[in-house]
Design a protein around this ligand. Structure first.
Ligand SMILES: [Zn+2]
Length: 252
């Protein structure tokens, strides 16, 4: 891959960084990332990943834009109401960076379609809003040894965790949520509310984790959970241990 003059200009602030350089920028352009959910988290994740030059971005979301989304889902505008979220998001990404390939999936991610949807992506970013989807992505990434960068927001709180399942001792989501929640399909933001900026804080950290995983730089959150309280503005990084009786250790 040889950079054009336009590409060198576009990515110049990243290429100038010693830890990235031309080689790192090529890694980003060769990477493929699937974003699950074009919502409060998916919006900033998609915008940043497109801007920094992730070569192939997929977005899956079954919904259309609603007026109640606009307080936090910053990839959408008022005139996008009733349009398909994944299609609108992909069109915005193409405008941000015509250099990249984009793919939209207007459907719900299910156990039946996850292999087909996710197979051509190296890394999955979870910006979904319910436990059923979170567990589904966790189990798929675990089985296929893919990197998962997951985030969650509710009220004034947020969490980020990264699992690199190519590493033998990586814990999984089920290691710290050992019981099956009763509210598997509930969207907490809808029932409990959320401050719009939480999506930006957590989604930007997720995009940052994705970049570091692809570039192989810095210390990622792998094996930790970052818990953010936006009211007190505290950031706690807590070590997650692989549970010996967990699904990821071959237990049912
Ligand atoms: Zn586990």
């Amino acid at each position: 891959m040889k950079f054009t003059k336009k590409q060198i200009d576009r990515y110049s602030r990243q290429i100038i960084l010693k830890k990235i350089g031309v080689i790192g920028q090529k890694k980003l352009l060769k990477a493929s990332v699937l974003i699950v959910g074009a919502g409060g988290l998916g919006s900033p994740i998609a915008i940043y990943l497109a801007a920094l030059g992730i070569g192939k971005i997929g977005i899956i979301d079954k919904d259309n834009v609603e007026i109640s989304n606009l307080s936090r889902q910053i990839i959408f505008s008022t005139n996008d109401i009733k349009k398909s979220k994944s299609a609108v998001a992909i069109n915005k990404l193409k405008k941000i960076n015509p250099d990249i390939q984009v793919q939209s999936f207007k459907k719900k991610l299910t156990i039946k379609n996850i292999s087909q949807v996710a197979k051509n992506f190296d890394l999955i970013v979870d910006g979904s809003d319910n436990f059923r989807t979170r567990f589904l992505i966790n189990d798929y990434c675990l089985k296929n040894k893919k990197i998962l960068v997951s985030g969650a927001i509710s009220k004034f709180d947020g969490q980020v965790y990264t699992f690199n399942f190519s590493k033998k001792n990586s814990p999984c989501l089920r290691c710290f949520i050992s019981h099956t929640p009763t509210n598997l399909d509930v969207d907490n933001c809808e029932y409990e509310g959320v401050l719009g900026t939480l999506g930006g804080i957590i989604g930007s950290i997720q995009a940052n984790e994705v970049a570091k995983e692809i570039l192989g730089i810095g210390d990622t959150l792998c094996g930790y959970i970052l818990i953010i309280d936006a009211l007190k503005l505290t950031f706690r990084k807590v070590k997650l241990n692989k549970r010996s009786d967990c699904y990821c250790n071959g237990k049912k």
